[in-house]
Design a protein around this ligand. Structure first.
Ligand SMILES: *Cc1c(COP(=O)(O)O)cnc(C)c1O
Length: 409
């Protein structure tokens, strides 16, 4: 998160220009304090319950960041065996990791069982195979699709009827049959309705559906409500009211536990909420290009480093941090990739000059983890700002990284 202090832009108290001078661009910068603030906000909002926060590391999987969240008290949400291995490497214990893949093979699930992490099963075929193979020897969680649509973007919503995620609530009779006949030990129920909770009441409706299903599973120790907490991307954007959600859901959860007859743990798995705002992506303006239609500012990055705008119309606020006193003018900010990679049309920026540094806000989540080597470009370096110190946590790539694994003479 960038701040304007004493006439200059800073991140975590450090002047952006000094960071760029030392580490160059393109550069991802993460502010540890903002992650801590977000983690504590969430913890606070649900303080009435036994709450466990699993950081969804697909949002940002750099080891140093995963460690920081572990230090704060987070557990881990993983969606692939590779993320499980990364989590173990980062210092999470197996019992602190939940594995929530979809459409993976039984072989991959076997590997996760071997590591001892919590297995979350999201389809009937695997549930049956798992039951036949492991019976009650390995406890599991079941991912349910409550068919409640959170948010408006169908590409990031996972609870709707056409979604590939989870086991439909309409298939619960079949689930029960498999559980009874293979003696599966179901200790958790899970839902993840998607990535944009706009309306707390819709989320609560999905929660109620999960509570109803819970009655059919007597061995539960936790219920996992996934994520989908929205953070503000535009200055006047709406965001999930965590405090309101916290007080309403906590109250219902406690009531549910009373009826269920036991105090369960309340689990979440936020990615975006914990790390999005902490991250800033810094790029340099290579050229200004006036065409017949617009004034383009072309930067030393593109969809290879930050693909959210092009992939699903994600918005990132852009600030020219090099010219705070410049007049406001309109620019269309584009990348250097040989594809149409527009970061933003007609953005109002302080007058941009070639060589200026632009900052993309809210770049902590799904920025670096979605980056690629397209056009044979190197992936950016990453910086971690904590206690007034800048720590390089990932080196900028070099040609060796592009050549690694290629076999030729
Ligand atoms: C992506 C994902 C999350 C995190 O979503 P955010 O919108 O980043 O909070 C949580 N759970 C599962 C299963 C996911 O796939």
């Amino acid at each position: 998160m960038i701040q304007f202090q004493d006439g200059r832009y800073t991140i975590g108290g450090m002047p952006i220009h000094e960071l760029v001078e030392q580490f160059d661009t393109p550069l991802y910068v993460y502010d540890a304090m903002i992650m801590e603030r977000q983690f504590n906000r969430l913890k606070q909002a649900f303080s009435g319950c036994k709450t466990r926060i699993n950081f969804a590391c697909k949002a940002l999987n750099t080891i140093r960041v995963m460690r920081h969240l572990h230090d704060l008290g987070a557990c881990l949400d993983t969606v692939s065996i590779q993320e499980v291995w990364l989590g173990l490497k980062a210092g999470y214990a197996a019992h602190e990791i939940i594995y929530t893949p979809n459409c993976v093979s039984m072989e991959e699930i076997d590997l996760a069982v071997k590591e001892g992490v919590m297995i979350n099963i999201d389809n009937i075929s695997i549930l049956e195979q798992f039951g036949v193979k492991y019976g009650n020897s390995v406890p599991i969680c079941i991912r349910i699709n409550p068919h409640v649509m959170a948010g408006g973007n169908i590409n990031i919503s996972t609870g709707h009827i056409d979604s590939k995620f989870g086991i439909s609530i309409y298939q619960m009779r079949h689930v029960q049959r498999i559980v009874e006949n293979t003696h599966l030990n179901v200790i958790g129920l899970h839902m993840h309705t998607g990535s944009d909770i706009v309306d707390v009441d819709i989320f609560l409706r999905a929660a109620d559906i999960l509570f109803e299903q819970a009655e059919g599973f007597p061995n539960l120790t936790f219920i996992d409500f996934g994520s989908g907490f929205k953070v503000p991307y535009k200055p006047d954007d709406y965001s999930t009211d965590i405090e309101e959600l916290g007080s309403k859901l906590s109250e219902r959860f406690k009531r549910f536990c009373d009826e269920y007859g036991r105090e369960l743990e309340l689990w979440f798995e936020p990615g975006k909420f914990l790390v999005s705002e902490s991250g800033t992506f810094l790029v340099k303006v290579n050229v200004l290009k006036q065409t017949t239609s617009a004034m383009f500012a072309g930067v030393d990055s593109g969809l290879n480093h930050l693909i959210r705008p092009m992939l699903y119309n994600g918005y990132h606020h852009i600030t020219n941090v090099s010219n705070p006193d410049g007049a406001l003018r309109l620019y269309t900010v584009v990348g250097y990739i040989c594809e149409t990679d527009t970061f933003g049309w007609d953005r109002k920026l302080h007058e941009v000059r070639e060589g200026d540094i632009l900052a993309f806000s809210n770049a902590g989540a799904y920025g670096m983890t979605m980056s690629s080597n397209y056009n044979s470009r190197f992936r950016p370096a990453e910086l971690f700002i904590k206690d007034g110190k800048a720590e390089l946590i990932r080196k900028r790539e070099s040609l060796d990284d592009i050549l690694r694994n290629q076999l030729f003479e």
